[in-house]
Write a protein that binds this ligand. Structure first.
Ligand SMILES: *[C@@H]1O[C@H](CO)[C@@H](O)[C@H](O)[C@H]1NC(C)=O
Ligand SMILES: [Zn+2]
Ligand SMILES: [Zn+2]
Length: 470
């Protein structure tokens, strides 16, 4: 039997029912081992047990847990709480999140920009042409944003050797069967340097099913070129597997590769999507809605919401919640009576209940709500719970729709300035909470009493997040 990580075991047990909502001792022990292994694999926790030195209140497992929680933006508790375990159970890259004691300062790099690669073998999961295509596209992402070029070779030693292997494949970094570790790659250098290995115990695909080879290859090749893991969840170099449909370098990835190799030779420098900074005072929103008592803020590809596991706010891809919804939603509102949330983009909308998009959507806004054809998109929407009246904001006008009669109220559209004086002539987002409307325009937020239409308070747009200063 392997030596039991006693300290960790005690730690887990003392966290009691709180850390393990439905914990039997068997699942607890499995979690203990999972946490230990995770910290050994990705946070350089030593497995020989010799680290259990009695420094005042300094337990290596607690320290590593804190480091991991910090990396993933979780509340830093030093305890393996439910959310920490959940993050640890996500499939991910096998490369550690903290640099092991590296010899070189800064990022290791290739000294040439004309690199070669070779696909040594194929996975039986996919057609060979699809593997070739996935790898080629993954290289293109990086060559588009840098001076690097990649030439495929079919024999001999290439700079970057690509292979599908399983279990212990003699590089001191064994794979672990299905799930968990999906792939890994070595930093630039001779021999194994730059090589990328994909776990053959995974199912590889060229679609949304787990695991999309293009997505994983795009990440691994970042390591092959000298990048390490990013804490930016929108970056390809984030360690967990997230497939949001489109694979592209984020601005964070572009900044990373260009910091090593300099700008692209293209006349126009490529740019990538940026991840919202939740505590940035310039943060604005596309749409906001309540959903089953929570408030969900939408921006580009991301949703944000507050909850007790994240010190400021939880931020993740909209597609993680609703794979069928597009990015860049423009308006959203909840009809609490029907337990339904409606999301708008262009002249289409989707209705969801919980995490399910309802059947038959998207529908168009003309037939469903009676908008005239010159309305091309909705800026913001909110439904007053007690009256069943839904306000839609379109440029400088607003419409009122009756959820019971299922028709637009007479007398609309009206000017926003007339219906809600003082909030300006355009609305980015609006939601209702505790009987109040909260209107968002740029970085401003107005709390309005829907009965009297009076502005009660002026706030910063991100006042709902637990940012230290707003
Ligand atoms: C890369 O370019 C250099 C300089 O032009 C050349 O000497 C070298 O052979 C090239 N290497 C490859 C792998 O193409
Ligand atoms: Zn990685
Ligand atoms: Zn390997």
């Amino acid at each position: 039997m392997p030596s039991l990580p006693l300290l960790l075991l005690l730690l887990l047990w003392s966290s009691g029912a709180h850390g393990f909502p439905a914990g039997t001792s068997e699942t607890q022990e499995r979690d203990v081992q999972m946490v230990q292994k995770y910290l050994e694999n990705y946070y350089n926790l030593k497995s020989d047990g010799k680290q259990v030195e009695k420094q005042r209140n300094r337990n290596p497992v607690v320290e590593k847990l804190k480091q991991m929680q910090k990396f993933f933006g979780l509340k830093v508790t030093g305890k393996p709480d439910a959310e920490t375990l959940q993050v640890m159970k996500k499939p991910r890259c096998g490369v550690p999140d903290v640099a092991q004691f590296v010899l070189t300062q800064g990022n290791p790099r290739w000294e040439r920009t004309n690199l070669t690669y070779r696909i040594e073998n194929y996975t039986p999961d996919m057609a060979r042409a699809d593997v070739d295509h996935a790898i080629e596209k993954a290289f293109q992402l990086w060559s588009n944003a840098s001076p690097l070029t990649f030439t495929r070779v079919f024999e001999g030693q290439a700079d970057i050797m690509i292979s599908f292997v399983r279990g212990d494949h003699r590089d001191n970094s064994p794979f672990d069967g299905p799930g968990g570790m999906l792939a890994h790659a070595f930093q630039p250098g001779p021999g194994l340097g730059g090589d990328a290995h994909f776990d053959e115990d995974e199912m590889w695909t060229n679609n949304f099913r787990n695991y999309n080879l293009y997505r994983v290859a795009a990440h691994e090749l970042g390591h092959s070129l000298g990048l390490s893991h990013s804490t930016d969840i929108g970056a390809l170099m984030y360690p967990s597997y997230i497939f949001s449909g489109d694979v592209q370098l984020s601005q964070d990835d572009i900044d990373g590769i260009q910091a090593i190799y300099g700008p692209s030779q293209n006349p126009t420098q490529p740019t990538g999507p940026q991840t919202p900074q939740v505590c940035d005072s310039k943060l604005t929103f596309d749409a906001i809605t309540t959903i089953r008592g929570e408030v969900m803020f939408l921006k580009d590809r991301f949703y944000m919401r507050t909850n007790s596991f994240y010190p400021e706010v939880e931020l993740n891809f909209i597609s993680v919640f609703w794979p069928q919804l597009p990015n860049g939603l423009q308006a959203a509102y909840e009809v609490a009576d029907r337990d339904e949330v409606r999301f708008f983009k262009g002249n289409k909308y989707w209705a969801v209940r919980g995490q399910n998009v309802l059947h038959g959507y998207p529908k168009d806004i003309y037939r469903s709500f009676g908008f005239p054809r010159n309305v091309k998109n909705i800026d913001a929407a909110v439904s007053a719970e007690d009256t069943g009246k839904t306000y839609f904001f379109v440029a400088n006008k607003c419409w009122r729709y009756d959820e019971y009669k299922r028709s637009m109220d007479a007398g609309y559209p009206k000017m926003i300035a007339e219906e809600f004086p003082g909030i300006g002539n355009k609305v980015d987002a609006v939601f209702q909470k505790n009987g109040f409307f909260y209107f968002f325009r740029g970085t401003r937020q107005y709390k309005v009493d829907p009965g009297t239409k009076r502005i009660l308070t002026l706030l910063k747009a991100n006042s709902w997040f637990n940012c230290r200063k707003n």
